[in-house]
Design a protein around this ligand. Structure first.
Ligand SMILES: CSC[C@H]1O[C@H](OP(=O)(O)O)[C@H](O)[C@@H]1O
Length: 389
């Protein structure tokens, strides 16, 4: 079975309900941008790239199934209004806002054509939204290639083990994944010893989603709790074996500061302490040159109940009984809760940013300059010469 978080065809969109994984595979139909907004807000679909794609396609199916005005300007205004609404679903990942900006520009260009009507505006929008599914997989395969090459080069000979956090695979994107794409490429290259994945409390993207993907792909993998990461890196010989910690990103600021799933920052600290490389894997759609540093990134806070309760199938002593799911309390009633969904890792703790067209390293000044690096990468400068600006 191919892991498909998003199923789209003209007029129809279904998303894999990730609150039900790994024990139940259920697809929810998304008919409107409102359905899309709620699916993203509820985290039935999640992952920075996937959020952007589901939002864009939720509006595409709404447009395809709605009788719209023949007036191009009215349709363009409707699309703009819906995109502005969709962007409010989750604030930290930049991919959604970036996609909305690009789609608005495409609609604006279409509405300036000599021959235009409502239908031509809808077609321009839907074609661009559908292209996001294809481009994202291609981007992720590039991230996998360059990330694997960088780690293999750093490690020299032999196989490498890597640790990853949260879920950045086919369930967070249109397919293949970002940090998990690097793991897939190492595995396909025959250079992966083992992948370690953290549980990633409180949503458990790691134990429920990344572990699900690694088992599905028959990749040698070990699940650890978030609190075990430093002990793992300290294991005698582990730092030789664990070549890198590779994580995804929700927003990379112009100076390289990176917002990612809560718990990422402390992984970067322990990686630096143990002399293990720390890498961020992100397509260029996650790099936000308008945000100068991590201090300017809005961190989403989620409801406390997502930490104090857990939901899952009953365990009958032998196996899970998926027909009987239940919610259990795992915290004292009345305790206050702080539940930020993300944290910011400062650029100084990041050794490289893996993009779909190359790995960005720091310049001789010890700083990332992603504005310059993106210009160079966009002009086709070879990845090996990135950095040192
Ligand atoms: C390639 S997914 C990037 C990013 O998104 C995840 O957040 P969430 O599960 O809350 O949507 C996580 O931070 C991943 O690293």
């Amino acid at each position: 079975m191919v892991l498909e978080a998003i199923r789209y065809q003209l007029g129809s969109l279904h998303i894999l309900n990730q609150l039900k994984l790994p024990h139940q595979t259920e697809y929810d139909e998304i008919k409107t941008s409102q359905d899309g907004w709620h699916a993203i807000k509820d985290m039935r679909t999640r992952g920075a790239p996937a959020i952007a794609i589901v939002a864009a396609l939720s509006l595409a199916v709404e447009l395809q199934n709605t009788k719209l005005s023949s007036n191009a300007e009215e349709v363009a205004a409707f699309i703009t209004e819906k995109l502005d609404y969709l962007v409010t679903s989750r604030p930290t990942a930049v991919n959604l806002a970036d996609a909305a900006r690009k789609l608005k520009k495409i609609v604006d260009t279409a509405s300036k054509q000599d021959v235009k009507d409502g239908e031509s505006i809808v077609k321009a929008y839907c074609d661009s939204a559908a292209q996001m599914l294809i481009s994202d997989v291609s981007d992720n395969q590039g991230i996998g290639k360059y990330g694997a090459e960088w780690i293999e080069k750093q490690a020299g000979s032999g196989k490498v083990s890597v640790l990853t956090h949260c879920n950045t695979g086919s369930l967070a994107t249109a397919g293949y994944g970002t940090a998990l794409g690097v793991i897939r490429s190492l595995h396909n290259n025959g250079t992966l010893q083992r992948a370690f994945c953290t549980e990633t409390r409180p949503y458990n993207q790691g134990s429920r989603l990344t572990a699900f993907e690694l088992v599905h792909d028959n990749i040698p993998a070990t699940l650890i709790t978030d609190s075990m990461a430093s002990a793992l890196l300290r294991l005698k010989g582990a730092s030789e074996r664990i070549a890198a910690i590779v994580v995804g990103a929700d927003r990379v600021a112009a100076n390289g500061d990176t917002a990612n799933k809560i718990g990422t920052y402390q992984l970067a600290i322990t990686a630096r302490y143990h002399g293990v490389k720390f890498l961020v894997a992100a397509p260029r759609t996650t790099i936000d040159l308008e945000t100068k540093s991590g201090a300017d990134i809005t961190i989403e806070e989620r409801p406390g109940k997502e930490m104090t309760f857990m939901q899952g199938p009953r365990f009958d002593g032998v196996d899970v009984d998926v027909r009987n799911s239940e919610t259990v309390s795992i915290a004292a009633k009345g305790i206050d809760v702080w539940n930020p969904a993300f944290d910011v890792t400062p650029a100084e703790l990041i050794d490289g940013i893996i993009t779909e067209i190359g790995v960005v390293e720091k310049g001789r000044d010890g700083l990332f300059d992603l504005t310059l690096a993106m210009e160079a990468l966009n002009e086709g400068v070879k990845p090996s010469t990135i950095g040192g600006f």
